[in-house]
Design a protein around this ligand. Structure first.
Ligand code: A3P
Length: 345
């Protein structure tokens, strides 16, 4: 009998303990998300006249709570809609370039109170099967946001996929397009490193970068190698320019985003007509990672996943020189078209 009572008591204590820990975690999360809402200031320009600052904090808290309930399944979509939360098509898309720093750019822009990111790569415009599901399918993949906020998604495959410019144009011909680029040879090596890591994870062997990037028969740069082709930025951009004027693109310097992110982000804020809200406070250098990490508030900060910022394998310097020489004329053309000179070698 005594043993049964003790077991019952132990069980109760366990339940109470879990409840206490759960509530504590919930409170910490709530404080974090509310803190992110508090600094919302008037959002000027084309993204709407009503500002989040005009909405009383209690109303914002209520809406956040409602969203939380919705995610838990306790609130209907109608109730959420009634309180202004909507799934909006993106007003800006990070279309590429793979390994340019697309994730870092999206996460850093998400520090802005008027920006809401689609966390996953949606691959709507580059994947025929997804595209066939229609624009409503795409919209429903978007996160909930307030009408005054803008949604941004990133799918780096868009930049190099033939059909994408026309498809995006059909959705919104005045959409803003962000392209983050890195020095082409470094980007190609980063691209190779990602594939190599995937092979190693499956215990598969893979060619050396040198063997893929240089054609062994001609000893010239192998333009059939995808990592090389993707780095010929101007070729891809020219396809996009058949649909969109150059003013609708903004080029982000991915190398500078690594070493000095704030000025790059401020240029993007300007391009998106957003009031400047991202500050040095939001970005801190993490010496262990060797990269800038994100600070949302006193409680919440985060670094990008370990798959971002891999150590690259050593590449024969003569191959690097050859590649740089190869990319040089394409880079000059890219600077000329975009009006942004990046001083690549
Ligand atoms: P490496 O892994 O070659 O270093 P993407 O998100 O488009 O795949 O780009 C990945 C690249 O983002 C990484 O390439 C890394 O250099 C770069 N990057 C830029 N800012 C970063 C940051 N703050 N943290 C981690 N990686 C960052």
């Amino acid at each position: 009998m005594l043993f049964k009572q003790q077991a019952w008591l132990r069980q109760k204590l366990l339940v109470l303990g879990s409840l206490a820990v759960g509530s504590l975690l919930y409170l910490v999360a709530r404080v974090g998300s509310l803190d992110r809402l508090q600094p919302i200031c008037p959002i000027e320009g084309r993204f709407g006249a009503r500002s989040q600052a005009e909405v009383p904090l209690r109303a914002l808290q209520f809406k956040r709570g409602l969203l939380h309930e919705f995610r838990k399944g306790n609130t209907s979509k109608e109730q959420v809609r009634l309180h202004d939360l909507v799934q909006q098509l993106p007003k800006a898309i990070i279309i590429g370039v793979r390994k340019g720093g697309t994730r870092a750019l999206l996460e850093m822009l998400n520090l802005h109170p008027a920006v809401v990111k689609a966390s996953q790569e949606i691959h709507f415009f580059d994947n025929d099967e997804n595209y066939a599901k229609g624009i409503e399918w795409y919209r429903k993949k978007m996160p909930f946001s307030y009408p005054q906020q803008i949604t941004i998604e990133k799918s780096p495959a868009y930049f190099i996929t033939e059909e994408v410019p026309e498809r995006i144009y059909k959705m919104n011909s005045s959409i803003k397009l962000l392209i983050i680029v890195r020095e082409p040879t470094t980007r190609a090596i980063s691209d190779y490193t990602q594939v190599l890591e995937g092979k190693e994870r499956k215990n598969k062997t893979y060619y050396k970068f040198e063997k893929l990037a240089i054609d062994p028969n001609t000893c010239e740069v192998n333009t059939k190698y995808k990592a090389v082709r993707t780095s010929i930025y101007t070729k891809h951009l020219e396809r996009w320019l058949k649909y969109f004027p150059i003013e609708q693109f903004h080029i982000v310097d991915g190398d500078r985003l690594i070493t000095e992110p704030l000025p790059e982000l401020q240029l993007v804020e300007k391009f998106l007509n957003l009031p400047p809200r991202i500050s040095q406070y939001n970005l801190y250098f993490n010496a262990t990672r060797g990269f800038y990490c994100l600070r949302f508030n006193i409680i919440f900060n985060k670094c990008l996943a370990g798959s971002k910022g891999r150590i690259h394998p050593e590449v024969d310097p003569s191959v690097i020189t050859k590649l740089r020489k190869f990319f040089h004329p394409f880079n000059q053309k890219f600077y000329q078209i975009t009006g942004r000179t990046l001083n690549w070698p």
